[in-house]
Design a protein around this ligand. Structure first.
Ligand code: ATP
Length: 197
């Protein structure tokens, strides 16, 4: 099965763009969403996260994301420890999901691909880029957060230029008309490549 990675910085429009591909019949796996679901669902993950973060890792039975974010912010080593618990399990969940798909290719939406040199896991990669001011405005509106908060996340991410250099395809999502057109062109290009191989 051909696996296409869809990535981009915060608020670039990854989820918005993945919906276009979904409308072309392409199965979509959203890695961050599955990771969060697993952190709520899996008893083993729950136990390990409580060992790492303490009982406050969960509040009223659900993952206490705010608490985890604060802890990770003050101790960066906790992020890699949390990833070591969650990532291998998401990877095997993805493998099982992949076996059930019947399509010319699938899309895996993941915020982190190039940052951790994970591009080898994909046959093709697509990066979504959007002007920084628009991204800040959109995330502020979507998540009800300050511009400073969004800017600090952007500063911690790999720049668009670095991602573009490493990507097979780029989608500009400053406006929906352009991004929809580009998504369709990329879909057709990938179909052509998968049929040739
Ligand atoms: P994150 O990195 O935070 O997961 P994302 O890259 O998946 O975000 P989206 O959630 O798709 O980004 O988009 C961010 C916000 O911007 C959403 O509220 C979405 O509806 C809006 N948005 C996305 N693309 C456009 C666009 N072209 N025009 C207007 N609004 C848009």
């Amino acid at each position: 099965m051909v696996i296409v990675g869809l990535t981009g910085g915060i608020g670039s429009g990854k989820t918005t763009i993945s919906k276009y591909f979904e409308s072309y019949g392409i199965p979509i796996y959203i890695a961050d969403k599955e990771a969060k679901a697993l952190m709520n669902r899996s008893k083993v993950v729950r136990r390990k996260l409580i060992q790492l973060f303490g009982q406050s890792a969960y509040k009223n039975g659900a993952l206490n994301r705010e608490y985890l974010a604060t802890k990770i912010f003050s101790d960066k080593s906790l992020l890699s420890k949390m990833n070591a618990i969650v990532h291998p399990r998401v990877a095997s969940h993805f493998k099982r999901w992949l076996k059930k798909q019947d399509a010319p290719y699938v899309i895996k939406e993941a915020a982190i691909i190039f940052e951790n040199d994970l591009e080898y896991q994909y046959d093709y990669t697509i990066t979504v880029v959007t002007n920084e001011d628009l991204r800040i405005e959109r995330v502020m509106k979507r998540d009800n957060v300050s511009a400073e908060k969004v800017k600090s996340i952007i500063r911690n991410q790999l720049s668009d230029n670095e991602k573009i250099k490493k990507s097979d395809f780029v989608i500009e999502n400053n406006d929906l008309e352009t991004s929809e057109k580009q998504a369709l062109e990329i879909h057709q290009a990938i179909l052509k490549k998968t049929l040739q191989s």
